[in-house]
Write a protein that binds this ligand. Structure first.
Ligand code: PEP
Ligand code: CO
Length: 457
C-alpha cells in the first residue's frame, strides 16, 4: 500500500461528510445482529421529516453565546434515559413544569436570563461501562437505552433491534409536539406560575418557598399593569424551550442529518443541541468526527481525567472558528475531585480565548451504590460539586455558565437527602428510573434556590 503524502493525509482528515465518522473507531455502538434490518431502518429515517429546524438550532446558539459572554445561565435538565413505556402527556408536562419552575426561581431570585434545554425528546441511548451484564451466571448484552434494546433480562429483550430507532424517532416527534404546544400555547404563560407547582411539590418546604416566588411574580405583573406597562410581549406568554440528547448511536444521528436549504450547512435535526459523552470524547474517535461537521450547538462532557491539552484540542476540533455558543464544556468531576481537576481546564480554555459555555453536571461524578444495592446520589454531594464549581470559576474569573442535571417531575425517591431527607430505606418506595437516579420535584427546586443564592452572592 502506498502511503499518502502528508498534505493529502491532512486534507483527507479535513474532509467531513455525514458518514466520515465511519472511518474512525466508534465507541459504545450497539451490536446490530441484523444488518438488513438496520439498512432498511436507516433508509426509512432518512426519508422522514426533520424533528427540529436549523433556524431553531441557530437561535439556541445565539442564546448560548449570551451564556458564553456571562449574560445568561443555562438550565439543561431531564431524564437520564427516556422510556418507551412511560411516555404519557402527564409525565412530559410534569417534567416541563419542574424545569419552568427552576427557570423562574433562577430568573426571579438571581435576576439572570435562563436558557432552557431539556434532556428530552431523544434521550434514548446510554453508554455503558460494561458491554455485558451477568445475573445468576447468565451473561447478556447490557441495556443500552430504549433506542437499542429493552431493560428486562432475557436474550430476546437484550438483543439490539434496529426497528427501535424508528420508534425513538416517532416518540421524539410526539414528545416534541406536546412540548411545542405547552410552551407556545399558553401553558407557559407567566400568569400560570402557580399552576406549575404540582400538589406533592407544593406540600414540601421548597414548594412553599416557590409559592412565595410565584406570589412575587404575580404582584410584579399587577404592578406593571397598574403602571400602564404592557404585559403583551411574547416573552410573557411563551417560552423558548430546546431539546437535547447525547449523540451516541451514530447510525441514528447520521440518518437525521440534513443540509439546511438556507445556508447549505449540515445540521443533525434529531435535536437542537447534542452532546458527546465522557466515554466517547476520543479526539480521533467517530463521535468527535461526526459532531465537528454538524452546525448544531454542541456539548462535550469532561470528567476528572480530562487534561488541559485534551480540552483545548476538543475546542480546536469542535469549534475551530471560535463561534460563541457553538461549544459547551460540561464539567462532571465529582464533588471530591472538582476543586483539583477543573481549575487547570478553566485556565487553559480561558487563556486560549475559546468562547465556551461552561456547565456543571453535578450528577455523574457522584453516583454510588447503597448497601441495599440501589444506585443513588446524595443531594449534598450534588450541591458540594456545584459549590466548588462556582468557587473555581470565581477564582479563574470565568462565568459558571449553567447546570446540567438529571431530574424528573414525577414523585420518585431515587436520590437521597434534600429538604425532605430521603433516606436509603426510602429508595425502595418509588425508584423508577431506567438508568441513573434523578432528583425529584422538591429536590430540583431546592437545587434551583441554592443555585440562585450562589448566583446572586
Ligand atoms: C449522561 O449524561 O447520562 C451520561 C452518561 O453522562 P457521562 O457521559 O458524563 O457519563
Ligand atoms: Co445519566
Amino acid at each position: 500500500m502506498n502511503s499518502a503524502p502528508v498534505e493529502t493525509a491532512h486534507a483527507l482528515r479535513q474532509t467531513w461528510r455525514p458518514d466520515s465518522w465511519r472511518d474512525r473507531p466508534a465507541a459504545q455502538q450497539p451490536h446490530w445482529p441484523d444488518q438488513d434490518s438496520l439498512d432498511r431502518v436507516i433508509e426509512t429515517l432518512g426519508g422522514l421529516p426533520p424533528l427540529v429546524f436549523a433556524g431553531e438550532a441557530r437561535q439556541l446558539q445565539n442564546k448560548l453565546a449570551e451564556a458564553a459572554a456571562g449574560q445568561a445561565f443555562v438550565l439543561q435538565a431531564g431524564d437520564c434515559a427516556e422510556s418507551f413505556d412511560q411516555m404519557t402527556a402527564d409525565s412530559i408536562r410534569d417534567k416541563l413544569k419542574v424545569i419552568l419552575q427552576m427557570a423562574v426561581v433562577l430568573a426571579f431570585s438571581a435576576g439572570v436570563p435562563t436558557v432552557k434545554i431539556g434532556r428530552i425528546a431523544g434521550q434514548f441511548a446510554k453508554p455503558r461501562s460494561s458491554s455485558t451484564e451477568v445475573v445468576d451466571n447468565v451473561e447478556l448484552p447490557s441495556f443500552r437505552g430504549h433506542m437499542v434494546n429493552d431493560i428486562s433480562f432475557s436474550e430476546r429483550s437484550r438483543t439490539a433491534d434496529a426497528e427501535r430507532l424508528v420508534r425513538a424517532y416517532h416518540q421524539s416527534a410526539s414528545t416534541l409536539n406536546l412540548l411545542r404546544a405547552f410552551t407556545k400555547g399558553g401553558y407557559a404563560d407567566l400568569r400560570q406560575v402557580h399552576l406549575w407547582n404540582q400538589e406533592f411539590i407544593a406540600a414540601s418546604p421548597e414548594g412553599r418557598r416557590y409559592e412565595r416566588v410565584a406570589d412575587g411574580i404575580e404582584a410584579a405583573l399587577r404592578f406593571m399593569a397598574a403602571c400602564g406597562i404592557s404585559t403583551d410581549a411574547p416573552e410573557m406568554h411563551q417560552v423558548d424551550f430546546y431539546t437535547s440528547h447525547e449523540a451516541l448511536v451514530l447510525d441514528y444521528e447520521q440518518a437525521l442529518t440534513r443540509q439546511d436549504s438556507i445556508t447549505g450547512q449540515w445540521y443533525d435535526c434529531s435535536a437542537h443541541m447534542l452532546w458527546i459523552g465522557e466515554r466517547t470524547r476520543q479526539l480521533d474517535g467517530a463521535h468527535v468526527e461526526f459532531m465537528r461537521g454538524v452546525q448544531n450547538p454542541l456539548g462535550c462532557k469532561l470528567g476528572p481525567t480530562a487534561t488541559p491539552a485534551e480540552a483545548l484540542e476538543l475546542c480546536e476540533v469542535l469549534n475551530p472558528d471560535r463561534i460563541p455558543g457553538r461549544l459547551t464544556l460540561i464539567s462532571r468531576m465529582g464533588a471530591d475531585k472538582v476543586s483539583e481537576a477543573l481549575p487547570p481546564l478553566l485556565a487553559a480554555v480561558r487563556d486560549a480565548g475559546h468562547p465556551v459555555v461552561w456547565e456543571c453536571d453535578p450528577m455523574h461524578g457522584n453516583t454510588y451504590t447503597t448497601a441495599g444495592g440501589r444506585k443513588t446520589r446524595h443531594f449534598e454531594d450534588v450541591m458540594a460539586e456545584i459549590d466548588r464549581y462556582f468557587t473555581a470559576h470565581a477564582e479563574a474569573g470565568t462565568w459558571p455558565g449553567g447546570i446540567h442535571a438529571e431530574i424528573t417531575g414525577d414523585d420518585v425517591t431515587e436520590c437521597v437527602g434534600g429538604a425532605e431527607a430521603i433516606s436509603d430505606d426510602d429508595l425502595e418506595r418509588r425508584y423508577e428510573t431506567m438508568c441513573d437516579p434523578r432528583l425529584n420535584g422538591p429536590q430540583s427546586l431546592e437545587l434551583a434556590f441554592r443555585l440562585a443564592e450562589r448566583l446572586s452572592s
